[in-house]
Design a protein around this ligand. Structure first.
Ligand SMILES: [Zn+2]
Length: 181
């Protein structure tokens, strides 16, 4: 459930059968989040929000509603760009170096640029659209190499190096960017 509040913007209301009382927190997107018992109505949640306004203002860093919207918009644009680019780039390199993967997924995790699972699904972070192309390609080649080596062994890095001789530099530069949107 979501509540639109004039002061705090979109408020996420999470119903839980385990919650015994109402708790406020901040979501990863900077929104105010309320955990409430399962039977809580929107009316009751709003009333509780109103009576805790002062405490929230003082204690919780809720993002400005216009900032929340700007971030949502940025994410949408990035997702669109990523979908139009990353799967094709992945396929290009897979063909070039003879890899076969099963699926390509878009992710927007805050901590990782990509991952490769044992069922041959490669996830690529939409935040890759914000980094320079050589770094983006490095992540793709890194995940493709995981199709043959599910670890970071010497053999794995040798395979990465055979496709990207500057991989060490790229790995280092990538740390200057944040995968989160
Ligand atoms: Zn890896």
């Amino acid at each position: 459930m979501r509540i639109n509040d004039d002061e705090f913007g979109e408020v996420i209301v999470k119903k839980s059968s385990l919650a015994k009382n109402i708790k406020f927190s901040i979501s990863t997107s900077g929104r105010l989040q309320m955990s409430v018992p399962a039977y809580t109505s929107a009316f009751l949640a709003k009333r509780f929000l109103n009576s805790n306004r002062k405490m929230i203002r003082e204690k919780l860093p809720v993002k400005d509603p216009s900032e929340q919207r700007a971030r949502d918009y940025q994410k949408k644009v990035l997702m669109k760009k990523a979908k139009e680019y990353l799967p094709y780039r992945l396929e290009y390199y897979a063909k070039l170096y003879g890899y076969s993967f099963d699926k390509c997924r878009m992710s927007h995790a805050n901590t990782r640029w990509g991952s490769c699972s044992s069922n041959r699904t490669i996830s690529l972070n939409i935040g890759l659209m914000k980094v320079p192309e050589p770094l983006r390609d490095y992540v793709i080649l890194h995940e493709l190499a995981h199709l043959n080596h599910m670890d970071h062994s010497k053999a794995f890095w040798a395979e990465v190096a055979s496709h990207d001789k500057n991989y060490k530099l790229h790995e280092k530069r990538l740390k200057m960017f944040n995968p989160g949107v």
